[in-house]
Design a protein around this ligand. Sequence first.
Ligand SMILES: Cc1cc2nc3c(=O)[nH]c(=O)nc-3n(C[C@H](O)[C@H](O)[C@H](O)COP(=O)(O)OP(=O)(O)OC[C@H]3O[C@@H](n4cnc5c(N)ncnc54)[C@H](O)[C@@H]3O)c2cc1C
Length: 466
Amino acid sequence: MNLNTSFTQLENFGHSLKASSYRVRIRTTEDIYEAFQLAKKLGLKVTARGTGISYNDASLNGGGIVLDMTGMNQFLEWDPASGVVRCEPGVTLEQLWQCVEPYGWWPPVVSGTMRTTLGGCLAANIHGKNNFQVGPIGEHVTEFTAMTPTGAVITCSPKKNADLFYSMISGLGMLGIFTSITVKMKRIHSGLISVDAHPVSNLNRHLNDLLEHAPDCDYIVGWLDTFVRGQHLGRGQIHAARSLKAGEDPNAEQTMQLAYQHLPDRLFGIMPKSLLHYLMRPFVNNLGWKAVNAAKYVSAQRKHTFRQSHAEFHFLLDYVPDWERSAGRSGLIQYQSFLPKETAEAAWREIIELSIQRGCPSYLGVTKRHRPDKFLLTHGVDGFSLALDYKVTDGNRKALSAMLQEFDRIVLEAGGRFYFAKNSETSAESARRFLGDETIEKFRTLKKRCDPNNLLESDLYRRLFK
Ligand SMILES: Cc1cc2nc3c(=O)[nH]c(=O)nc-3n(C[C@H](O)[C@H](O)[C@H](O)COP(=O)(O)OP(=O)(O)OC[C@H]3O[C@@H](n4cnc5c(N)ncnc54)[C@H](O)[C@@H]3O)c2cc1C
């Protein structure tokens, strides 16, 4: 065996969780096979890891083997005529858009950061700001290959091994390891996107606007001020965006060049953005962030339309590298819930009120419009999602965890769902309640078939499914 292995401490994106593991750097499918043999010999569990930036324990595996998939990152085929790309799972969204964009294509679904790998995106079945129009990324995958712990390499598509197609995508790497992925890109006619921004004065208006504007645009996303209670709770700003049609951008050839898309790496041309998170730190407390939210709401009052590059629109969160470090030593947690359109307002009103009452407000609130999908461990609903970021401190860790579990109860009673790449406090019982016994049983049956010795396990799997 010739595996590149080291024992190391790994973290989640928010630096709120840590786990020490044997990290094996994977370059080929044979490496995955060898890692499985090693795990069997040593009696260890195995978890795949892309960039490792899930907000929770999805790619952590305390005491076990973590397959670092970032080195398996080659493009295998790219057809600029059809927009179909086949690549290895460690290819990041950044590599992907930079490969296809100059030819007039864009990834059909992207996360709020371009650092994620395609393997990680499929395993979580990510959604974008266009979820209500085009579904999650899995709906754009035409085929993938994966190695199961038995050593078998299987090919799956919506027609071939369809049960595995719809369960490995969303399956959190617990049924097999993706080895190649084929995705169809979305045609674009400009490097720019047209964005309408308008303010909303409360949660009712906020959710109604998401609902009403969504059919007329390609992407929609809302920001809400998480420090306001009472009649203005849920006030914020909506960004509704549409791709430009052929001919709408007279400089399309230039705007589709990569140079036009890059996020600048210096603020005001001077200050390296990599240092910005240090400057943000003194403001990341209840008082400072309340002021930031209020100032943002004031600045959001102007209703206007502007054009932005695709990279700027989609990857706003990459603008300040390592911004999550501004939360300080104990890190941050993101709590994202998905609620039907009929029950969302009352449930989120209760959640936001409770956060403020407990002295533990969220610092950032982001809403999206969603639709259901047919993947096995789906988080899709005909409704909305609200993602809330919470700063963790040594003092609030326990109370925060208890509060997030109370939120789970509110969400479940309102018929909601959770997304397994985000929440870190959701229990096995809560997962069973929203997925249902039948889905969990189906998942277990498929797991037995793909992984008869239960080799694939992560900290998340042990928290939710054991
Ligand atoms: C700033 C930020 C913004 C985000 N915005 C969004 C968003 O808008 N929409 C959204 O849906 N998500 C979003 N996310 C979540 C993110 O897209 C997912 O957590 C994604 O899975 C992370 O990709 P990764 O490569 O880091 O995967 P990891 O975190 O390393 O792994 C995630 C899961 O994928 C599995 N996995 C990884 N590689 C493979 C493989 N080759 N085969 C099988 N399983 C594998 C892991 O075992 C794990 O279960 C965001 C995250 C951040 C940090």
